[in-house]
Design a protein. Structure first.
Length: 644
C-alpha cells in the first residue's frame, strides 16, 4: 500500500459562521465586530459591501456570528506528529514542520532544531485538520439548524466531490469531536484493488458541515456521536457510520501542550447533556464527573419488633445455598466500618456482638448485620438481594475504588467522589507493546522509549550507546538529513535506514549479539559495589564476589549447552567448556576440581566477564546459577558428563 499527501492549499486560519455560511474572520476586540471575508472560489452574498486583500468582505457585530473556530493542518513525517507551519503557505521549497511534543531531550534525539524540521510534501505519510472552537461552556446547548441530517450529508458529499483527485475509487472523511476540539481526516482511494491512498486537505466548510450534522443528530438525554465516517464511492453512493459511545480514534487527543485537556470533555457534556446512564465510563472519567452509581440498600429486618423480636417475613435460604450466600455477603468489600459493636436485635439484653459496618458489591449496600444474623439465626436477606446474589453465581464482583468511596458517601451523606483518568485502562504505547498488542500508531518517540527499555532489560548500560548524536567509542543512533544511521564505535561504515524503527532494531540486535564489543575500547564504567546485592542471582559461599566480574547480564542457558565447573557441587559458578583455567581467575587449588556438565533444561543465570586477579589474566565468561550445582543436578537441569 502506497500513501501520499496532497495539500496544495492548507486553510490554517480563523473562521466564523454567519447566516449558515463559513467565512474567514478577523475579530476586533476594540468594537466587538468581526470582519467576514469570502473564501477562495466562493461567491459573496449581496450584503458584502467592502473588500479585504482584494476579496469581498463585510463587518458584522460579533453577536451575529453563530460559531467561531480555527483550523490547523497536522501531519505525520518520519513517524512523528507535526503541525505544518502556516507561515510558508505561499513559499516554495520544503515545508516547515513544528513538532507537537514538548520534551527538549527527546526533540534532540529526534534530530530536531528548536522543535522544528523541514520536509517535502512527498515525504509526509498522513495529513489531517485540527479544529478548535471558541465556545462558552456556560452557554445553553446549540439549537440544531435543522432536524433532518440529510441536507448536511448531501453537503458533505458535494464538498468531497470538489476535492476528489483524478481516477478516484472512493473518498472518505472521518470527523472526530469532543467539546470544542475536533479532527478531520480525508482520504481518497485510487485503484481497484486498492494500490494508493491519498490524504487530502479539506476545505474550511467541510468541518462545519460535520459539526452542524453532529448538532442536528443530538438527542436530548442520549447525546450525539463522537466519531463519524462518510464514505463516497465513485458511483455517487455513500455510507455514513457514527459511534455514540466509543472514544474517538484520535491522532492526538484533546491536549493543552503536553497535558490532556479535561475542559473539552466537560464542555461536550455541557453542550450535549446526557443522562447518567448514557455517559460512557471514559467520558465520565475524563470529565471528572461524580460517581453516579445508584445503590440499593438492604434492610436488616422487615419491620419493628412484634413482641420481643423484629418482624421478618422472608423465605428462608435453602441449605445448599447458605454457604455461597454467606461467602458473598462477607467477602464483598467493606464500604464503611465503625469501631465497636451494635446490640443484637434478636437478643437485646445480651452482649453487643453485631459489627457496625456496611458491605457493597457495587449495586447493593447491606449492613454487616445481614450476614451476621444469617449465620447466627438463619435470618434470610431480602428476596431481591438473594436473587441478585444467585444471578452473580455467588461470586462477589470486583468493585472499583471510586464505587466503594461512592457507597461510603451514600451512607454518611457526603459528596460523591469523582471519576479519574487513573481509573481507566489506557496503557501507553510501550505498555501495549509489552503486552503483545500493537498500537494504532507507533511514533518514533515511542520507538526510542521501547528501545531504551529493551536495552535496560538486557543489562546494557546507558553509557554503552548514544541516541541522537554520534559518540566516540560506543554504538550510536542518530538522525541525518535523509535517514537514520547506526554507527559503530570506530564510526566507520554507518548503516542507513529509512525509518527509526528499523535503525532501533539494528542497534538493539547489535548490542545483544556482540555484548563484549559494546564499548570497543572505550572505558567501561565500574558498577558501584553497593548495587551488587540487587542482582537476583548472587554468588554462593566460596565463590568470587560480583565486583570481580564486568558486563553482567541475565541470560538463559539453552538445553545442550556444554559447561565446565571448577569446584565442589556446593557452589554455583560455571563456565563455558572452552575456557582455560587461568581465564577463570579462580584460586589455583580449584583447578583439580574440574567437572564437565551439560544443560538439560533452560536455566536463567547471571553472566559476567571475569576480571584479572593476581597472576590470573581473567577474561572468561562465567555463569552464576540460581542454586548450587548439586541441586540442579538432582533436579535434572544439569547432567554430569564423564569424559574418557
Amino acid at each position: 500500500m502506497h500513501y501520499r499527501v496532497e495539500a496544495a492549499e492548507r486553510p490554517d486560519a480563523q473562521y466564523t459562521v454567519w447566516q449558515g455560511g463559513v467565512y474567514r474572520a478577523q475579530r476586533s476586540t476594540a468594537d466587538g465586530t468581526v470582519l467576514l471575508v469570502t473564501l477562495p472560489g466562493a461567491d459573496a452574498p449581496p450584503e458584502f459591501d467592502t473588500t479585504w486583500e482584494s476579496k469581498q468582505a463585510k463587518i458584522v457585530p460579533e453577536a451575529e456570528v453563530s460559531a467561531t473556530f480555527s483550523l490547523q493542518t497536522h501531519c505525520v513525517f518520519d513517524d512523528e506528529v507535526y503541525r505544518i507551519s502556516p507561515d510558508d503557505d505561499e513559499s516554495p521549497g520544503p515545508l516547515v514542520l513544528r513538532w507537537c511534543g514538548t520534551d527538549e531531550a527527546l526533540a534532540a534525539e529526534l534530530g530536531l532544531t528548536d522543535f522544528s524540521t523541514k520536509a517535502a510534501l512527498d515525504d509526509l505519510s498522513a495529513l489531517w485538520q485540527e479544529r478548535h472552537d471558541f465556545t462558552d461552556p456556560t452557554s445553553p446547548p446549540p439549537e440544531p439548524v435543522a432536524s433532518d441530517p440529510n441536507p448536511f450529508l448531501r453537503g458533505i458529499g458535494r464538498a468531497l466531490l470538489k476535492i476528489a483527485p483524478a481516477k478516484w475509487n472512493s473518498i472518505a472523511a472521518q470527523y472526530r469531536q469532543i467539546g470544542g476540539y475536533a479532527e478531520l481526516e480525508v482520504r481518497s482511494v485510487l485503484g481497484d484493488p486498492v494500490d494508493e491512498v491519498t490524504f487530502l486537505s479539506p476545505p474550511p466548510a467541510l468541518s462545519q458541515l460535520f459539526a452542524a450534522l453532529r448538532t442536528a443528530m443530538y438527542a436530548p438525554g442520549a447525546g450525539t456521536w463522537f466519531q463519524s465516517t462518510f464514505v463516497l464511492k465513485s458511483s455517487r453512493e455513500f455510507d455514513f457510520d457514527y459511534d455514540l459511545d466509543r472514544q474517538p480514534d484520535w491522532r492526538q487527543p484533546p491536549h493543552e501542550g503536553a497535558q490532556p485537556a479535561p475542559a473539552a470533555y466537560t464542555a461536550d457534556l455541557a453542550l450535549y447533556p446526557r443522562e447518567p446512564e448514557n455517559i460512557p465510563p471514559w467520558l465520565a472519567a475524563k470529565a471528572g464527573l461524580p460517581v453516579a452509581t445508584a445503590f440499593r440498600q438492604a434492610a436488616v429486618v422487615d419491620g419493628p419488633p412484634e413482641g420481643d423480636k423484629p418482624t421478618v417475613n422472608r423465605p428462608p435460604v435453602p441449605p445448599e445455598e447458605l454457604r455461597g450466600v454467606l461467602d458473598y455477603l462477607f467477602r464483598s468489600p467493606v464500604a464503611l466500618a465503625r469501631p465497636g459493636r451494635l446490640p443484637d436485635l434478636f437478643a437485646p439484653t445480651g452482649k453487643p456482638d453485631v459489627p457496625d459496618a456496611f458491605h457493597t458489591d457495587g449495586t447493593w449496600i447491606w449492613p454487616a448485620a445481614v450476614p451476621h444474623y444469617l449465620r447466627k439465626y438463619r435470618v434470610p436477606p431480602q428476596p431481591e438481594l438473594l436473587d441478585h446474589i444467585r444471578a452473580a453465581g455467588f461470586r462477589p464482583p470486583y468493585v472499583p475504588e471510586p464505587v466503594r468511596a461512592a457507597a461510603e458517601a451514600e451512607l454518611v451523606g457526603a459528596e460523591r467522589p469523582v471519576h479519574s483518568v487513573a481509573d481507566l485502562a489506557e496503557p501507553d504505547t510501550p505498555a501495549l507493546v509489552d503486552r503483545g498488542q500493537w498500537p494504532r500508531t507507533l511514533l518514533a518517540s515511542d520507538v526510542l522509549t521501547i528501545l531504551r527499555r529493551r536495552l535496560a532489560e538486557h543489562g546494557v548500560a546507558e553509557s554503552a550507546y548514544s541516541i541522537g548524536k554520534r559518540a566516540k567509542g560506543v554504538w550510536s543512533l542518530a538522525r541525518t538529513e535523509h535517514s537514520w544511521e547506526v554507527s559503530g564505535p570506530d564510526d566507520e561504515d554507518p548503516a542507513a535506514f529509512a525509518h527509526l524503527e528499523e535503525a532501533a532494531r539494528f542497534l538493539l540486535g547489535t548490542l545483544l549479539l556482540y555484548p563484549a564489543r559494546t564499548f570497543a575500547g572505550a572505558p567501561e564504567p565500574a558498577e558501584p559495589t553497593d548495587r551488587m546485592p540487587d542482582w537476583p542471582i548472587l554468588p554462593l559461599r566460596g565463590e568470587p564476589p560480583l565486583f570481580l566480574f564486568r558486563r553482567k547480564r541475565i541470560v538463559v542457558l539453552a538445553p545442550g549447552t556444554a559447561l565446565v565447573r571448577f569446584g565442589p557441587d556446593g557452589g554455583n559458578l560455571v563456565h563455558d567448556e572452552s575456557v582455560t583455567f587461568p581465564e577463570t581467575a579462580l584460586p589455583a587449588e580449584r583447578q583439580g576440581l574440574r567437572q564437565a556438565l551439560v544443560v538439560r533444561r533452560p536455566l536463567r543465570v547471571l553472566a559476567g566477564v571475569a576480571l584479572p586477579w593476581g597472576p590470573m589474566p581473567g577474561g572468561a565468561v562465567g555463569y552464576f546459577l540460581p542454586r548450587p550445582v548439586g541441586h540442579h543436578r538432582e533436579t535434572g537441569a544439569l547432567e554430569r558428563v564423564t569424559t574418557p
